[in-house]
Design a protein around this ligand. Sequence first.
Ligand SMILES: *Cc1c(COP(=O)(O)O)cnc(C)c1O
Length: 447
Amino acid sequence: MRYVSTRALAHAEATPIAVGLSDALNAGLAPDGGLYVPQSLPHFAPQDFAGATTLPAIAKILLQPFFAGDALESELAAICDQAFTFAAPLKRLPLAQTYALELFHGPTAAFKDFGARFLAACLQRIQRDDARVLTILVATSGDTGSAVAAAFHNVPGIRVVILYPDGLVSPRQAHQLGCFGDNISALRVAGTFDDCQRMVKQAFTDTTLRELLPLSSANSISLGRLLPQMSYYAWAALSHWREHNSPLNFVVPTGNLGNAMAALLARAIGLPLGEIVLATNANRTLPDFFDNGEYRARPSIATIANAMDVGDPSNYERLRWLFPDTNSLQKTLRAIAVDDATIRTTIAAGEKRYGEIWCPHTAVATHVLEQLRAENTQGDWAIVATAHPAKFDTVVEPLIGHAVAVPPALAALLARPAHAEPMHAEYAQLREWLLQRRDPHADAPTD
Ligand SMILES: *Cc1c(COP(=O)(O)O)cnc(C)c1O
C-alpha cells in the first residue's frame, strides 16, 4: 500500500507523489501540508475474520493490506501484540439495544492509548538513516499528550515535546502530562489548544528548523494513530455481527475527527458498522457544516468536554477525501452539538439510567443517542466511551455526589511528581526552546 496527500488529490494532480507506510509515519504531515491517505482501499467481508476473536487477532488481519509492501509488514503481528495489551469491552447497558464501547482501559485511561501505543511500536521499529534524536511534537487538548508520553516514555532515540493550553485541561490531565520526565517534556502554553496546534504546524512547515532537528508528529493526523483505531470498531462490529447478524451503529464523541474517521474508514472497507453519528460539544464547526454545507473553521470554545474543544478539526481533509461530494456527505453523516449544561445533566442522570459514570466526552455521545431515540431511531447502538470518568473528577464528582474510583494505572501516574514549563503562545519561543533543548537528557527537570 502507498499513501498520498489529501491536497494532491484535491488539486487532481495527475501523478500525486506516493510514499510507503514507514515514510508516511516518519513524516506525520505530507510535505504539501496535506494528510496522508491510502492510495486505494482494501475490501473485507466479515468471513475474512473467521477464527479471529481478540482485538490483536482482528487487527492483524485488518491492517495487513495497509502494511503490505512496507518494511514494517513483517513486524505487524509484533506491533499489534505490543500495542493492544488491554481490552475494548462492548458492554451491554440496561437500556434496550444500547451498548457502550469502552475505550479507556489503557495506561492513561482514554482511547488515545490505542493509537499512541501503536504509533510508538511502529516508530520504534523504523530504521532511520538519521542518527539524531527524533523529536515528536504534540499539541494536546488533554488526552493525546499523556497517551503519547506513556507510549514513548524511555524509548531510545525519541523524545516527546507536548504543548497544552495552560488551565484548559483538567487538573488530572495536567498532572499526567507533566509526570513522565526523562525523554518527555511538557510545555504549558498561555493560550488555547488552537494556539498549540498552530505552533506545532508552524514547526512542521519550518524547513530550516527541520534540517536542524528531525521532527515527527503524533497528533491525530498521523496515520499511525488513524489506522489502528479501526481495530476496536472492527472488533466491536464483528462481535455484534456474529451474535446478531446485523450491523452495529455508533455515536462517536468528536473533536479532531480522528476517532470518527477510523469508524468511517472501517465501514468503508467493509466492516459491519451501520450508522455513525458525530457528537460534538459546543464547538459547532461540524454540526453547522452538516446543516448548511459550509465549512467555517473558527476559534475553539472551552467546554467541560475539553478534549473535544476544537474549532477546526484536523482530520476534516480526510473526511472530504472519503466523501468528496458535499451533498452525499450531508446525507451520510450527522453531527449533533451538546452544550455544557446538557453534559452536566447527562452525567448526573447516568448512574441511575445506565448504571454508568460517564466522563464529559462520553456524556456528549450519550445525550446524542438519547436525542436519536427521541426521534424514534431504531437498531442497536453503541456509545463510544472515550475516557474514564476519574480523569475528570473535578467535573464529575460534584454532579454524582460521590468520589469516582481511580483505575490503578491512572493512580500510579498521579502518584508521580509533575513538572511543566511555561511558554507564550508564540512560535518563535517554541522554536528557540526546541533548538536549545536538542538533547533531552542535558537539562531535564529533575523534581
Ligand atoms: C481526543 C478525545 C476525543 C475526541 O477525539 P477526536 O479523535 O479528536 O475526534 C473525545 N473524547 C476524549 C476523551 C478524547 O480524549
